[in-house]
Design a protein around this ligand. Structure first.
Ligand SMILES: Nc1ncnc2c1ncn2[C@@H]1O[C@H](COP(=O)(O)OP(=O)(O)O)[C@@H](O)[C@H]1O
Ligand SMILES: [Mg+2]
Length: 240
């Protein structure tokens, strides 16, 4: 998208997530790495977008910046009308907890807690009373097809099932955006497709989803694919 096209979208107030000329330079041992070299993009509410590119091209960096886990070196990030540059670190953390649901490659489940407790944790942190917690946990477990595994330990589940638990945990706070970083990177092809289909179903129910992957088959489930290379969006493909 050109800056002009972008400005037009912003002008119509359509964008839910907006990045404008976002750059990220990491410096380690005095050596700078340009991870993002000016990313401009807009995502509408209810879109399912995949960001695809080879290892090291800046995908995780981009996802972390959209999710408020990290800040750009320069450029603008606006999510749901909130300009991240204007937020203190505490306020950014609050926005992140309220609006973002994260899914990672390695599930990050707590092995000694049941599936139910893993999914319940964000609600405990938020101070939701037990009865409502129970309702919401069972509802999202049902949504990811794991209601019958609520009282199993994650270690007893397959990789695909563990990732579905992680997705349920990301959903339970009803975030505005689901952000997933290589969510199928650790799965065999059958489980990979099951997870891609689950994201598609969740999107069809109205959720905004941003998935980062190097897997074109997974990306093909998204409505739009952004191809990133060397820290820049190279092209986009609209699928539906
Ligand atoms: N914390 C960091 N410190 C220094 N360099 C980093 C850091 N995180 C990522 N990088 C570098 O930034 C570039 C983009 O990384 P990343 O966003 O993780 O790419 P991807 O997720 O596409 O593999 C890579 O060259 C990587 O080595
Ligand atoms: Mg990565």
């Amino acid at each position: 998208m050109s800056l002009q096209e972008y400005a037009m979208m912003g002008g119509q107030g359509e964008a839910f997530i907006e990045l404008m000329d976002v750059k990220k330079i990491y410096v380690s041992d005095g050596v700078p790495t340009e991870a993002l070299r000016g990313v401009t993009m807009a995502i509408k509410r209810g879109e399912f977008v995949a960001i695809v590119g080879p290892s090291g091209c800046g995908k995780s960096t981009l996802l972390h910046i959209v999710g408020g886990l990290d800040r750009p070196t320069s450029g603008k990030v606006i999510v749901d009308g909130i300009d991240f540059n204007k937020l203190s670190d505490d306020d950014l953390a609050r926005v992140r907890n309220e609006k973002m649901g994260f899914v990672f490659q390695f599930y990050n489940l707590i092995p000694y807690l049941s599936v139910f407790r893993n999914v319940e944790l964000p609600l405990i942190v938020k101070g939701i009373p037990p009865r409502e917690r129970r309702e919401r946990v069972l509802m999202v477990l049902d949504e990811v097809g794991l209601a019958d595994k609520a009282y199993s330990k994650p270690t007893r589940l397959s990789g695909g099932e563990q990732q579905r638990v992680a997705i349920a945990r990301a959903l339970v706070n009803e975030p505005a955006i689901i952000l997933a970083d290589e969510p199928t990177g650790n799965l065999d092809s059958k489980n990979k497709i099951a997870i891609a289909e689950l994201f598609k179903r969740l999107n069809e129910k109205g959720r905004t989803i941003l998935v980062v992957t190097h897997d074109l088959e997974v990306a093909s489930y998204a409505g739009r694919i952004l191809y990133i290379r060397d820290g820049r969006i190279e092209r986009e493909e609209v699928r539906s």
